[in-house]
Design a protein around this ligand. Structure first.
Ligand code: AKG
Ligand code: FE2
Length: 198
């Protein structure tokens, strides 16, 4: 699938690709139902509780300990999407070892961050309502900024510069949005995984 192009035909950012209609409306509805049937819990970080509800499979990242830990296997209902995510990112599906499910209820978003260094490729699928992925990088004078509208049923891939040099976040929305994020492990993550598995 083509990278997101601006008016001048250059990628929005090196390492950021975007595509639409990675699943159809019926698949989206079934996926939303399956996500809601999972035990979603508020994101927690050092005693602070976020508004978004999450669960992860394959690997979980413990924000309080700064470590990854093995989690339940990626459920079967995510397999077709994981295959498509891998194809979109042009990496083997088996490398997408983590699946993160998020529900953003009204008023929930995700603040500026870079994904943890244990992970490498980040492939996100949006369900429910449109959102805007915002990106920023510190420059000499303030921040360079980009924004990428995320249509429902769209997919994005963050790697390279977009993933490592830029922060991203999603502003709080008024209506519920769900996302599925698949990630591969980085070299650092693979070393941590080997230790975690003993
Ligand atoms: O919901 C999304 O698409 C973004 C999630 C995200 O950036 C993260 O969990 O690191
Ligand atoms: Fe992220």
């Amino acid at each position: 699938m083509a990278a997101q192009l601006d008016l001048f035909g250059t990628p929005l950012l090196p390492g950021l690709s975007y595509g639409e209609d990675v699943l159809d409306a019926a698949e989206e509805a079934a996926l939303v139902e399956a996500i809601d049937a999972c035990e979603l819990t508020p994101f927690r970080f050092q005693g602070w509780t976020g508004k978004r509800l999450t669960t992860s499979f394959g690997w979980s990242y413990d924000f309080d300990r700064g470590r990854i830990a093995p989690g339940a296997p990626i459920p079967e209902f995510l397999s077709p999407l994981r295959e498509r995510a891998a194809r979109f990112a042009d990496i083997p599906a088996a490398e997408l070892e983590q699946a993160l499910l998020i529900r953003y209820d009204p008023g929930a978003g995700i603040g500026w961050h870079r994904d943890r260094p244990m992970f490498e490729h980040v492939v996100g699928i949006s369900l429910g309502k449109p959102a805007v992925l915002r990106l920023r990088r510190r420059a000499d004078t303030g921040f360079d900024r980009r924004s990428l509208p995320l249509a429902p049923r769209s997919i994005y891939h963050l790697c390279g510069e977009a993933r490592h040099a830029w922060e991203h976040g999603i502003a709080a929305m008024e209506r519920t949005r769900w996302s599925v994020t698949f990630r591969s492990l980085s070299a650092l993550g693979r070393r941590a995984a080997a230790l975690a598995q003993g």
